[in-house]
Design a protein around this ligand. Structure first.
Ligand code: F6P
Length: 357
């Protein structure tokens, strides 16, 4: 029996832990694992892949990135923008299928986020033996309580806030930290609460910069002369627009720039010196946390189990400390967003964090 694995979309900490888990579990069954390079692109003839033996995965558990490479553009990009889906053209699918047949791949494990799993769903519906593993630092996939990579991104945010805290205090400044997460505010919310942010601005909760400025003035009056603001890159500007840098070649919008806009506005409104900092791809790089190594390993092992049981078209899913699986279609085409009235938002407000609403 031979199975394939590929990583697709943006990289994230823990990808190598999944590969490690898949290769470990498959080798116990006496199966061979083929790792396709650079996402689905590796499936295109003549095929770009390597056989992964257990000795090839020694020591990779702790490494960031992916030993297979990945891409969020190319022939298989499924998303054109928020909500728009592009089908992978038939001739591309046929070419890739030929590689699958020539290599006699009996199951294909796709480790990806919303876009890559949407492609996976299309391939499954066209008869491919697909199994999905939920990956994204954004934590915005439906049907799983958590994706791997998220915890590592949150840890990076917390570390950044700890550092910004001391310099903000020394200078009595407002510090604005812009974090990733695309259209979901999970990284901002978790990172902000854990890192002791005073203000957290999310895509899911419209905010008013005047209210944030009032909050900062009150803090000043109470003797708190520095303020830490976390803003999600996908939060909406006061006019309802998104701050964008460009469109990438896949047509998906590249978010960025809201941190500096908010910083200038708060400086104007409060008269306090304000600086902004964009964490960017630091949130995607580096070693995975212990939680992401464990999640990645368990997800990889579960993916092999699904292959063994012939349960294709399913995605590994994390549900309340338990790793299980769901049909891929339950996970894609709808983002899992922060609930504005949810328990976490309420907890943030209860400890005095301002959400600008
Ligand atoms: O989806 C993961 C993510 O890191 C988002 O949080 C971010 O908006 C985007 O990818 C950045 O993509 P790129 O690496 O193409 O700049």
């Amino acid at each position: 029996m031979r199975i394939g694995i590929l990583n697709s979309g943006g990289d994230c900490p823990g990808l190598n832990a999944v590969i490690h888990g898949v290769v470990g579990a498959a080798s116990q069954l006496g199966w061979e694992v083929i790792g396709f390079k650079d996402g689905f692109e590796g499936l295109l003839p003549p095929g770009d892949y390597k056989v992964l033996r257990t000795q090839d995965t020694l020591g990779i558990l702790k490494l960031g990135g992916t030993i297979l490479g990945t891409t969020n553009k190319g022939h298989f990009a499924a998303k054109l923008g928020k909500g728009d889906i592009a089908e992978v053209p038939g001739d591309i699918v046929s070419k890739a299928k030929r590689t699958m047949e020539q290599l006699e791949i009996r199951a294909l494990i796709i480790v990806g986020g919303d876009g890559s799993l949407t492609t996976g769903l299309q391939l499954y519906r066209e008869g491919w033996p697909v199994i999905g593993v939920p990956k994204t630092i954004d934590n915005d996939l439906m049907a799983t309580a958590m994706t791997f990579g998220f915890d590592s991104a949150v840890s990076t945010v917390v570390d950044a806030l700890d550092r910004l805290h001391t310099t903000a205090e020394s200078h009595k400044r407002i510090m604005v930290l812009e974090v990733m997460g695309r259209h979901a505010g999970w990284i901002a919310l978790w990172g902000g609460i854990a890192g002791g942010a005073d203000v957290i601005l999310l895509p899911e909760i419209p905010f008013d910069t005047e209210k944030v400025a009032d909050f900062i003035r009150q803090r000043d009056a109470q003797g708190h002369h520095s303020t830490l603001v976390v803003v999600a890159e996908g939060a909406h500007l006061p006019d309802g627009e998104l701050a964008t840098i460009a469109e990438n070649s896949g047509g998906e919008v590249r978010l960025g720039g809201i941190g500096e806009i908010i910083a200038r506005r708060l400086e104007e409104l409060t008269g306090k010196e304000t600086r902004s900092c964009t964490l960017g791809h630091l949130q995607r790089g580096g070693a995975p946390t212990a939680l992401d190594r464990i999640l990645g390993t368990r997800f990889g092992v579960m993916a092999v189990k699904l292959a063994e049981e012939g349960r294709f078209g399913r995605m590994v899913s994390y549900q309340a400390y338990h790793v299980d699986s769901v049909p891929i279609e339950e996970a894609v085409n709808k983002l899992r967003l922060v609930e504005p009235e949810g328990e976490m938002v309420k907890a943030a407000k209860a400890v005095g964090i301002c959400l600008g609403d």
